[in-house]
Design a protein around this ligand. Structure first.
Ligand code: GAL
Length: 445
């Protein structure tokens, strides 16, 4: 080979090997840019759920500590634990119905960047005006889309956790606030029919008082049960339109439906147990079971309480609805949300996925006494009382509960609780209407 030819061959070889190197580099870059992150993420996700690599913790925050709700939460935790035995599930529940204490603890933790991995929050105004508006949550829209939840849940319920196309939590119960529970034996023995309207409630109370039976068990220790009684009466007195325009602040609270409601409240408060300030909601239910009072007005979590006590519907207790002429469903929805600063969102995603499974929702809500938000659970599969609520959900006027976070901002509810508990002692109808109107002006408009 002469010198020129040798040089030519050498240059050609270098060129072709350069081409191969360039190709290789390009290929490796592609790998780095596209393939590696996917695999890496996948491996990370898999590894973070792998017992040997990371025995993590999942902290569940709620206020489900009363009989019935406590067992429901335990069922949810156990079924998750079965699927993910290496994850240590921590129950961080704080006692107090309607989250009266839990919400304070939660806010401190969120403000200090020490959130639980997931927490119980009411769908509607509470979720939207406090937690979404305050940027405390991560949206879980990707999970909603991946799981097809928009189609799985009742649309009215899905809307309660959605803002501008983003979904922020998972509905796990639908409770009905406007229910009345009574002692079956007292009612049968005295041949009393369960009341179905505010007027009948007062008349039944009169009948019972004549027989020296405490007509209605009230528990005002945590203030909210007084408001619960008020909103149950209001939803029966006002039309759904009037109710909605009151809770949004469009309608004046110095108006006929509020006056009528307060009159009923005044009448019925004459028939409650004098020691109400010492009781919480389930102690009031206990009074009914023990025949120390004939009735109590409470949400469907009372059904969970009675069942946990081993009481039988139709034998030990009965259930009625306080309605207006139109059937009303005073709506309460519990959900689980993902805090923005949660350490293990991967675990929280798994928690939410399993809490949404129809099989799990059916059992969980059965223990709690609620209607499952998942539509795929057939009404025939539900226990009779829950099936009745599920049917009513679809054929009644739905109005959002104030006390249980569906209708209005939390500051309004706290002020309302105080005002109605002043009413409990002072019974001033017109003064209270004036105060309620002031609150609406400050907080709702
Ligand atoms: C409600 C909640 C129910 C039940 C009830 C009594 O606010 O939505 O699930 O916990 O309080 O604690």
């Amino acid at each position: 080979m002469n010198k020129t030819k040798f040089l030519f061959v050498l240059i050609k070889r270098i060129k072709s090997s350069l081409n191969i190197t360039v190709l290789w580099c390009g290929f490796c870059c592609l790998l780095l840019i596209f393939i590696f992150p996917i695999t890496f993420n996948f491996t990370l996700a898999a590894e973070s759920l792998n017992p040997e690599n990371n025995p993590g913790e999942l902290e569940i925050f709620s206020w489900w500590t009363a009989p019935g709700e406590e067992q429901g939460l335990q069922y949810l935790m156990d079924s998750f634990q079965k699927e993910y035995p290496h994850i240590n599930v921590v129950n961080a529940a704080v006692e107090g119905g309607a989250g009266i204490n839990a919400k304070d603890v939660l806010k401190i933790r969120l403000l200090r960047d020490r959130p639980p991995d997931t927490f119980q929050v009411h769908g509607g105004a509470e979720l939207k005006d406090t937690f979404i508006a305050g940027d405390y949550l991560s949206p879980i829209t990707d999970l909603w889309q991946a799981q097809g939840w928009r189609e799985s849940f009742f649309s009215e319920i899905a809307e309660m956790v959605e803002v501008e196309g983003e979904y922020y939590s998972l509905p796990v119960t639908i409770h009905r606030a406007n229910r009345l529970w009574y002692n079956q034996n007292i009612f049968s023995k005295h041949d009393i029919s369960p009341p179905g309207t505010p007027r009948e409630l007062v008349e039944t109370a009169e009948q019972l008082a004549e027989k020296d039976i405490t007509p209605l068990a009230l528990s005002s220790r945590n203030l909210w049960p007084t408001t619960h009684l008020f909103e149950t009466l209001l939803a029966a007195v006002a039309t759904a339109e009037e109710y909605n325009s009151l809770v949004t602040g469009e309608k004046s609270w110095q108006s006929p439906p509020v006056e009528e409601t307060l009159k009923y409240l005044q009448e019925i408060l004459a028939y409650v147990n004098p020691d109400h300030a010492g009781l919480n909601w389930h102690q009031a239910c206990e009074r009914v079971l023990e025949e120390k009072a004939a009735m109590t007005v409470m949400g469907t979590w009372a059904r969970g309480f009675f069942n946990a006590r081993g009481a039988e519907k139709g034998e030990d207790y009965g259930a009625a609805v306080i309605n207006s002429e139109q059937p009303v469903f005073l709506l309460v929805v519990d959900t689980f949300a993902l805090p923005a600063e949660a350490a293990q969102s991967e675990y929280t995603y798994r928690w939410l996925e399993q809490a949404a499974e129809p099989r799990v929702q059916k059992k969980f809500t059965e223990i709690l006494g609620a209607v499952p938000p998942h539509k795929d659970i057939a009404v025939e599969e539900l226990t009779p009382g829950i099936a009745e609520d599920r049917k009513d959900l679809q054929r009644s006027q739905l109005v959002p509960s104030l006390v249980h976070g569906a209708a209005a901002r939390e500051v309004f509810i706290s002020a309302l609780n105080e005002e109605l508990n002043v009413f409990l002692y002072e019974n001033e109808i017109f003064e209270t209407m004036k105060e309620l109107e002031n609150l609406a002006e400050i907080y709702l408009r």
